[in-house]
Design a protein around this ligand. Sequence first.
Ligand SMILES: Cc1cc2nc3c(=O)[nH]c(=O)nc-3n(C[C@H](O)[C@H](O)[C@H](O)COP(=O)(O)OP(=O)(O)OC[C@H]3O[C@@H](n4cnc5c(N)ncnc54)[C@H](O)[C@@H]3O)c2cc1C
Length: 331
Amino acid sequence: MSSVAVIGAGLAGLTCATALKGLIPSVKVFEKSIFPGGRISRFRAGEYEFNHGAQYFTVNNPLFWNIVSAWQSEGIVRPWDGWIVELEKGQVSNSDMATQAFVGYPRMQIVVENLAQNCELTVSCNISELEKQSDGGWRIFNERGDYLGAFDIVIISTTANEVSNLCRGVPSISVLADRVDMTVCWSGMFAFEPRLDLPFDAAHVLNSPLSWISRYQLAGQQDKFDCWVLHASPEWSQLYAASYRGRVMHALLQSFWEAVDLPEMKAVSSSVHCWKHAVPINPINEDSLFDETEAIGACGDWCTAPRIEGAVLSGFSMADRVMKYIHKLDA
Ligand SMILES: Cc1cc2nc3c(=O)[nH]c(=O)nc-3n(C[C@H](O)[C@H](O)[C@H](O)COP(=O)(O)OP(=O)(O)OC[C@H]3O[C@@H](n4cnc5c(N)ncnc54)[C@H](O)[C@@H]3O)c2cc1C
C-alpha cells in the first residue's frame, strides 16, 4: 500500500491527507475548485473579501481542543469575541447570545491553506470517475476523461451527494451517503460605505427570510467599508434555490434593512452565492466510512456533525482507519 488519493480539499480531506503524510509514500489530494477550503473558503468581490460559508466554530471534543490550541499557537486561529444578538424586525430580543467561538485569522480559509501547504494538492480538478482495477486499487479520471493516476486507496471527502455519485459501485458507502439530506443556503455579501450604525457584530434573525447576519472585518481591510454576510434561512433558500441571482440579491438586501431597521442605502458591492449543499441535516453518526474489500473510504461533516469540528474529526478518523487497514494487511 503505497499510494492514497484524497478527493476534496475541504477540512476533512486535508486533515486526513495531513495525518497520512509521512506514513504513506504518496498522498495526493484533488480539488475541483481553484483553491482549497470548500465550505470555509473565502469570497472575493474586487477589493472586498468575505467569509461566506462557515462564520465561526465551536469546540467540544478534547482532540479538537488540542488541534485548535496548536492552531492558536501558530497564530492562524483566534477566539472570536463578537457581540452576537437575536434580532426581530429591528428589535434586539436577546442581547446575550455569547458562545465560546473561534475564527481563522486573518480569514477562515487560512486553516485549510495552512494544511494544504504540506500536501501534494492539484486544484481545478473535478474527479468524475473511479475505476476499480482487477488487481486492486483504483484509476481516477477528471470530468474530461483525463486519466490522473492509479492509487491503492481512494478517500472521498466531499459532500454526501458527491460521495454517492462517485461511489455508485460501493453500496457499503453509497447507500449511507444517499440517505443524507443537505440544506440549501443563499449567502449575500454586501459592502457599505460609510459604516452602518449597528452596535452588534452578528445576529440570529427571527421571523425573516434571513437567519444570520454578520459584520466581516478582514484584518488589514480598510475599515471605512462595512462588509456584511447575510445567510438566508434553509426554508427560504430552498424555496428560492432556482431563482435569479439578481432577484435573490434584492430580496436579501430588503430583508436586511427590515431586520436592522435602518434606512436603506446603496451597497458599494453586492454579491450572492448559493450553497446547494450547505449543511447536512441528518449526519449518519459514523466518524468515517471505509470499505476494506474495495479499499475506498469516505469522510466529511455529513458523517459526524454538521460543523467544522465534525469535518476535522471525521478526517482524523479516516486517516486512522486507513492506517489500521494497512497494518492489518502487513501483519
Ligand atoms: C453557509 C454555511 C455556514 C456555515 N456555518 C458554520 C459555522 O458557523 N460553524 C461551523 O462550525 N460550521 C459551519 N458550516 C459548516 C462547515 O463549513 C462544514 O461543516 C465544513 O466546512 C465541512 O468540511 P468538509 O471537508 O466536510 O466539506 P467541504 O468543505 O464541502 O469540502 C469538500 C471539498 O470537496 C471538493 N469536491 C467536491 N466534489 C469534488 C470532486 N468531484 N472532485 C474534486 N473535489 C471535489 C469541494 O470543492 C470541497 O472543496 C457552515 C457551512 C455553510 C455552507
